[in-house]
Design a protein around this ligand. Structure first.
Ligand SMILES: [Mg+2]
Length: 274
C-alpha cells in the first residue's frame, strides 16, 4: 500500500447490484476507475460466502470479503502478506468467524416459530423455485443462497403486529435481527459494522505507514452499522426511488441514483473531489 489509500466497502443487493436484475453494468465506469487506481473494493453483503464468490469472479475481484451481514471475514491466503488471527482456513481463505453457529440459529428459529405460531419460513425451508420467484436469482445462485453458516434469512407472510412479535421474540431469546432488501435475517452478535471494523484494524496494523480512508455504500437497514464506522458513508436510492429513512449517519451523502447508478456517481464523485 502507498502512504495514502482509500478502501471501499460495499453492499451488493440493491447497492452495487440492481435490485431486480443483479447487474452491476450501470456501475462499470466507477468499477473501472477503482481498478485503475488500485483501490481495494471489499464486498460486504448478507449473501452467503459461496454467493459472494460468484460476484468476486464476475467482478474480477481478489480482495477480502465479508459474508452474511458480518458473520465472517474471508481473506485470501497470502493477500498482501497480511498477518492476523483467524479461526480456520477454508477454500483458500483465512476465515475470521464473528457470527453465531448456524445450528444455534436454526434451533432458535424453530423455537420462535413454535412459541409464536406465526407463519415464518427460513430460506432453507423455501424450495429453489420459491427462492427464484421471490428474489429473481438464477437457480444456481438460489441454491448457493441456502448455504448459510452464520445467519438465517427468513420471510414473514404476515401483518405488522406479527412482525413486531417475531422481532420481540428474537431479542428476548438473546439473538438479533436485521433487514435486507427482501429477507429478515436472524443472527447473533454480528453486524456489518463490527466486521468492517475488524478488517480496518487488520489493515491498519499491517500497514502502519499508510493513512487509510474508508468509504461505505449501502441501501438498507442492515448497512447502517457499516455506514456508521466508515469515514465517508453513501446511501443509494432503493428500487422505488426513495432512500431508506431509518438510516441516519452523521455526514451521510445521499447518492443521486437507484442502486448501481447511484453507486457509480458516488464513487466517481469521490475522485473528482480529491
Ligand atoms: Mg442491500
Amino acid at each position: 500500500m502507498n502512504n495514502r489509500k482509500i478502501v471501499v466497502f460495499t453492499d451488493l443487493d440493491g447497492t452495487l447490484l440492481d435490485h431486480v436484475t443483479y447487474s452491476f453494468c450501470e456501475a462499470e465506469d466507477a468499477l473501472e476507475l477503482l481498478r485503475e487506481k488500485e483501490v481495494p473494493l471489499i464486498l460486504c453483503s448478507s449473501k452467503s460466502s459461496d454467493e459472494i464468490k460468484v460476484y468476486r469472479r464476475k467482478l474480477s475481484n481478489n480482495e477480502p470479503f465479508i459474508s452474511e451481514n458480518g458473520g465472517a471475514i474471508f481473506i485470501p491466503e497470502g493477500y498482501g502478506n497480511l498477518k492476523c488471527e483467524f479461526n480456520k482456513i477454508d477454500d483458500g481463505y483465512l476465515v475470521i468467524e464473528i457470527g453465531s453457529e448456524y445450528k444455534t440459529l436454526a434451533n432458535a428459529f424453530e423455537k420462535i416459530k413454535r412459541r409464536t405460531g406465526i407463519n415464518i419460513k427460513s430460506i432453507i425451508e423455501l424450495t429453489i423455485d420459491e427462492i427464484v420467484e421471490l428474489t429473481g436469482l438464477s437457480r444456481e445462485e438460489a441454491s448457493l443462497s441456502q448455504k448459510r453458516e452464520y445467519t438465517l434469512p427468513f420471510i414473514i407472510d404476515s401483518g405488522e403486529e406479527d412482525i413486531k412479535n417475531i422481532k420481540d421474540e428474537i431479542l428476548s431469546s438473546g439473538l438479533n435481527y436485521t433487514e435486507g432488501t427482501r429477507f429478515v435475517h436472524l443472527m447473533g452478535g454480528n453486524d456489518k459494522g463490527k466486521a468492517v471494523n475488524i478488517l480496518i484494524d487488520i489493515f491498519k496494523k499491517n500497514f502502519p505507514e499508510t493513512s487509510i480512508t474508508t468509504v461505505g455504500l449501502g441501501d438498507s437497514l442492515n448497512d447502517l452499522p457499516m455506514l456508521e464506522v466508515v469515514d465517508k458513508a453513501f446511501l443509494v436510492k432503493k428500487e422505488a426511488g426513495d432512500y431508506e429513512e431509518r438510516i441516519k449517519v452523521e455526514g451521510l451523502v445521499y447518492a443521486d441514483g437507484i442502486g448501481p447508478a447511484g453507486w457509480n456517481k458516488a464513487v466517481l464523485g469521490l475522485f473528482n473531489n480529491n
